[in-house]
Ligand binder design. Sequence first.
Ligand code: ITT
Length: 196
Amino acid sequence: MKIVLASSNEHKVKEINEIVNKLGYDIEFILPEGKFDPVEDGNTFEANSLIKAKAAWELTKTWALADDSGLCIDSLGGKPGIYSARYETTPQKRIERVLNEMKNIENRKAHFTCAMTLINPKGEIEYACNGICEGSIAYKPSGKNGFGYDPIFLLKNSDKTMAELNDDEKNEISHRSLALQKVLNYISEAHLVENE
Ligand code: ITT
């Protein structure tokens, strides 16, 4: 089974295909051909996830899954939140902005969240869910793996950042992985594809 991932983020599709392969599902996620950049003007992760899933379905008229995700920091009132990808112009600058805004703040509690929406070939919402990964904001970046805010996201009950985990370790605990496992369970239980 092929599912279009409503995204232009190659890190996401790589992570998602690794998780699917590890769990033994006969599913391949592929990015839409050409430029995929729908206007994400929703007020929530769920709304933007639906916008992206519908845009991918419009292009392909086939199964489409969207992942809208981001970093929410308690002391910043949930920011960068839905603006995570647009908080600054480069990943490096986004990290610097967060560290600057958190400079004198003691409560560093934060979480990654991921809202997934699966659309069927008729263009209907087949399934939607969320995944959350709890942690806190480090005082400085560390680690080279992953992407985005991973180098400043300290995992709960650990002294490691998300970027210090290898791919398998991240995929065991990430917000994306937790949401994706719910989607895969749904696909399997609805017999849309057989689990190998
Ligand atoms: P698409 O919309 O094309 O899927 P995007 O990167 O713009 O790609 P989002 O709108 O969902 O995706 O924004 C997610 C941003 O949140 C992403 O660019 C990162 O900055 C951050 N983010 C999401 N998941 C992350 C993860 O696992 N590790 C680190 N940062 C993450």
